[in-house]
Every structure is written in C-alpha cells, then in structure tokens.
Design a protein around this ligand. Structure first.
Ligand code: TXA
Ligand code: MG
Length: 324
C-alpha cells in the first residue's frame, strides 16, 4: 500500500475530513465505483475536481448526502415520491435529479436548473459525509471519459502524480455506476441505467421511461463514448466470435462469457455469466485487457438486455464507440 492509499480507520477518516474542509480532494470508496470527493460548498474545491478529472465544465456533479433529510434541503421539489424512493433505495445506487431552485451552486450543477442527489451505501463514504457535516460532490475517480475505478489501486493508476489520499474501502460491491433518474420533468426518465434496475424502479414508479440502449439522451454528460478502455473495443455476437477471431491477424483480447479457448496471438479474459458478477468485474477486466497489450478488445455480446444487463450493455456500447 502506498502512502496515499489509506485504511479507513477513524484517524484516517478524521484526517480526510480535515482535508475536505480545507478544500482538498479525497478518493472515496462507494458501493458502485470510487469517487473523487470534495466539499460541495467550496467553489474552489469543486473547480479542482473538474480540473483534476479534465472534465468538461458543462457536465454536472452528483451531490452525495448521508441521509434523505440532507437531500430534502437541496430541492424545493422533494416530495412523497422522493421519500418513498429514498426509503427503498437509499443508501444505495440510485441518483435522483431534481430542480434545485437556487439551493445548489452553479459550479456544482454546471448552471443547470437541476441537481443530482444520492446517498451511497458504503460505511466509509457515509462517515465522511456525516463528519464533514455537509454534502460532498463525488464524480467517479477517473480521468474524464476513462474507465471508472472499482478499487483504490485503480484510483492511484488514474492519478499517479496527484497528491490526494485515497481511502481503501476494498473492491466496490456493484462495480457499475448508480442509476440516474430524472424527476424534474412530467414523466420520470432514466438518464443512465445503473445498479438499480428498471424493474425495481417500476415497482415504485410505474411510469418510468427509459431510452433505447445506445441511443443518445438529451441530458448533460451522456456523450456516447465513455467508460472506455484505451484499446479499441468491439462487440461481437457469440455465434460470430470464432470466425472473427480466425480472421483477425492482430492480437486480440477476448472478454468471453464463460470459458473459451483462443490460440495465440489472441488472449482470453473469462467473464462471469451472472449479470451482478459481470458488472462487478467489468471495469477491472477492461483495465486488464488494456494492460495485455492487444490491438483490439473483442467483447462477447451479453445475450440479455433486461435487469442489470441493461446497464452492462449500456457501458459496453459506450466503451466501443470510436474515439472522435
Ligand atoms: O455511482 C455513481 O453515481 C458514482 C459514485 C462515485 O457515486 N458517481 C458517478 O459520478 O458516476 P459521475 O460524475 O462520473 O457521473 C454522474 C452522472 C453524469 O452522467 C452526469 O451528467 C449526471 O450524473 N448528472 C449530474 N448532475 C446532473 C443533472 N443535474 N442532470 C442530469 N444529469 C446529471
Ligand atoms: Mg464518471
């Protein structure tokens, strides 16, 4: 463990809180992916988050709260539906987008009239927010457009030269980002499929709409290429994979669903066949695929698009969009 990577002991959490309150950044574990946390009320700290990530300033940040009461203060539209959603899904991987009515600063929301709110299901994250006594912004702790980190070591890999500490909360249990649900229009819309599934949401909100996978939605931060490895990646159907591999002369790294053999120069990373396990390991597998140094990553297309596979398929499609 390097000096920047800290066990989440009381002393280290207290130190991290002190840093946050001084306007510095902290790598924060959550149940979805690691976040780059900063004091949401400190304009300079929030600016540092954008600069550190190389994030376009028109892509707003999620505000992380310790409990629903803290979220309620940030939107005049917090209502019984929000209470119900928070009761069922918080702390957990659901982000609610609501009008803020001027209660949140433009530097957090990129000037949008709405704010994204979530309460993470991770003891260390909740302790940090509680001890800081204020909500924390925390985008995924990766350089803009790259793969989200699901271990503390991934955060250090993304930011080797930066000085901020990373609290090591172990590997993320979900491994895929939160579901972003907009409640700011007449009809509730899923802006980003995530760890909370559409079926779960519809049990609480039958009218929830969701864009077709791979289609661009009119929301900030939904650029098509995202969550992407450095190596070009393509999605290949199972029944076409053998033929494609045989025809590929450059070394390929295959992310296969379950066991598969491939002859050199190709290499295989075996992915789990259960959606939850696949999601948990996806970003680490793509990072590994990058390190294996193939010329192309061939991702065996998961057959299903329901449940958690929807979020997985969304990320896979974005990972495969060519660099502009
Ligand atoms: O699971 C997660 O949500 C992780 C962990 C760290 O909490 N965070 C995360 O943050 O994925 P980030 O910044 O990488 O992605 C936040 C997403 C972006 O797509 C952003 O555009 C969207 O939330 N978002 C933030 N504020 C919004 C708003 N006011 N309206 C619509 N979308 C918003
Ligand atoms: Mg992100």
């Amino acid at each position: 463990m390097t000096a920047r990577c800290l066990e989440p002991t009381s002393a280290n959490i207290a130190m991290a809180v002190e840093r946050l309150l001084q306007g510095e950044l902290v790598g924060m574990p959550t149940e979805t992916v690691y976040g780059l946390a900063a004091d949401s009320r400190n304009e300079e700290a929030v600016r540092q988050v954008f600069i550190t990530k190389g994030r376009p300033i028109d892509n707003p940040l999620i505000v992380h709260v310790a409990q629903p009461e803290q979220a309620r203060e940030l939107s005049p539209d917090w209502n019984a539906t929000c209470d119900r959603l928070a009761e069922r899904f918080w702390p957990g991987p659901l982000t609610l987008v609501l009008r803020h009515g001027g209660r949140v600063n433009d530097y957090v929301t990129s000037g949008h009239p709405t704010v994204a709110l979530r309460s993470p299901a991770h003891d260390t994250a909740l302790e940090l927010i509680r001890a800081a006594g204020r909500p924390l912004v925390a985008p995924s702790a990766n350089r803009s457009g790259q793969l989200s980190p699901t271990t503390a070591a991934h955060v250090l890999d993304e930011f080797p030269a930066e000085a901020f500490p990373v609290l090591d909360g172990g590997p993320c249990s979900h491994g895929i980002e939160s579901t972003v649900l907009a409640l700011s229009d007449d009809v509730p819309v899923v802006l980003r499929p995530g760890a909370v599934t559409l079926a779960e949401l519809r049990e609480e909100l039958p009218r929830v709409e969701v864009p077709v996978i791979g289609e661009q939605v009119a929301a900030p931060g939904t650029s098509l290429r995202h969550y992407a490895p450095n190596t070009p990646a393509i999605l290949v159907r199972t029944d076409e994979l053998d033929e494609q591999l045989a025809e590929t002369e450059v070394p390929a790294v295959v992310l296969s669903l379950g066991f598969r053999e491939a002859s050199l120069p190709h290499q295989v990373i075996e992915m789990p066949e259960r959606a939850a396990d696949y999601a948990r390991g996806l970003y680490a597998a793509l990072r590994r695929a990058d390190l294996l140094g193939g010329a192309v990553i061939m991702i065996e297309m998961p057959p299903l698009t329901d449940g958690l596979w929807r979020a997985v398929n969304d990320r896979l499609r974005r990972a495969c969009v060519e660099r502009a």
